[in-house]
Write a protein that binds this ligand. Sequence first.
Ligand code: GDP
Length: 427
Amino acid sequence: MPTVAVVGAQWGDEGKGKVVDALAAEAEVVVRYQGGNNAGHTVMVGDRTFKLRLIPSGILYPGTLCVIGNGAVVNPLVLLQEIEGLQAQGVDTGGLRVSDRAHVIMPYHEILDRLEEGARGSRAIGTTGLGIGPCYVDKAARLGLRVAELVDPDAFRARLEEILPLKNRMLECLYGHRPLTVEEIMEAYAPAAERLRPLVTDTGALLRQAIAEGRRVLFEGAQGTLLDVDHGTYPYVTSSSASAGGIASGAGVSPRAIEKVLGVVKAYTTRVGGGPFPTELKGEEGDILRREGKEFGTVTGRPRRCGWFDVVATRYAARLNGLTDLAILKLDVLSPFDEVKIAVGYRVDGEVIDRIPARLDLMASAEPVWETLPGWRQDLTGIREWNRLPRAAQQYVRRIEELVEVPVAMVSVGPRRDETIQLRPLF
Ligand code: GDP
């Protein structure tokens, strides 16, 4: 059963786009199973840069079936824009399919996202403001609209007439926002709905069949394990199941259908938005990581918070996801440092622990217990073989492998497709 899942094993932005792109070369099917257009992968092919938001990275390989699963949320306008953008870059988007059960991000979700985030004041989560959280809220509240309805004008209107009065009451009474009309929403979404209709299908059935036929299926996670709505640093989390646990429900396949789980980490740590981040570097070292690693959000352009590698967080992700393999990215970014550090424990209330506390205040107070390793001060980007890596860089990777207790399958030394050292095959 050649199925591989790729999940972020930190707080997102680990570089999953590059890893998925590499694996997609061999995959026959690539699936997004959670999140929305807040994800944003950057894939560099030669001199060309592709920014993907919702469409699986497999789209860059002609003939690959690319699925937006039921667990994802879809903004039809943004999806259409993304399809057209790729087509303008010469990409064949014929392999794209969208689940009829995926929920639709509505105009009021975007409005509420911004209004609710504003109302949180200093406790703002740092959402991307794209309506993704409110869309998941409505899914759980049984007030959602699904893609199957979006592409049928009568069903769309009927469902909207049911839901909109409730949403309008929220907009008006809580935030003094003007009410929206069924007509304006229908008008805004109708052209996109029309264009998307041929792509909409029961993707769960499609995937179950592909797996039964022994096809090579790649599940592409968005965000990261520490942002998972259940297992992340709640409430500073995303609104979906970003860990491997979300695959079965978000793609519509059996949990037994997942053979390998590849965790992607950076050689250091970043985090976007609010929330605890024990290994954060607020001074010059953080600036170096941000500058060298170009740590600015793909979707929002926001500068990312940067810090040293966190073994506690990654080992937690390793166990939770059942990682079979680890990919360490952006090792080249650490080259300017004489010494590199990793956090091997947290000191909380005077006690050293090696787990993620559930309570936010405890997590926020965690002081890292550091281990310091020698740096390598050498450009790594031209290296393609493990044996050619400087000894200190090898030691760094091996130490992470040992502490996280997952074998390293891949080390990345630059943003381009070929700037990769492969240690173990995945498919
Ligand atoms: P994702 O959402 O997890 O795919 O992460 P992003 O796409 O937001 O961030 C990854 C960024 O790092 C992209 O700009 C990549 O081109 C870049 N990148 C990926 N791997 C490497 C690497 O090994 N070295 C460097 N310097 N950049 C990398």
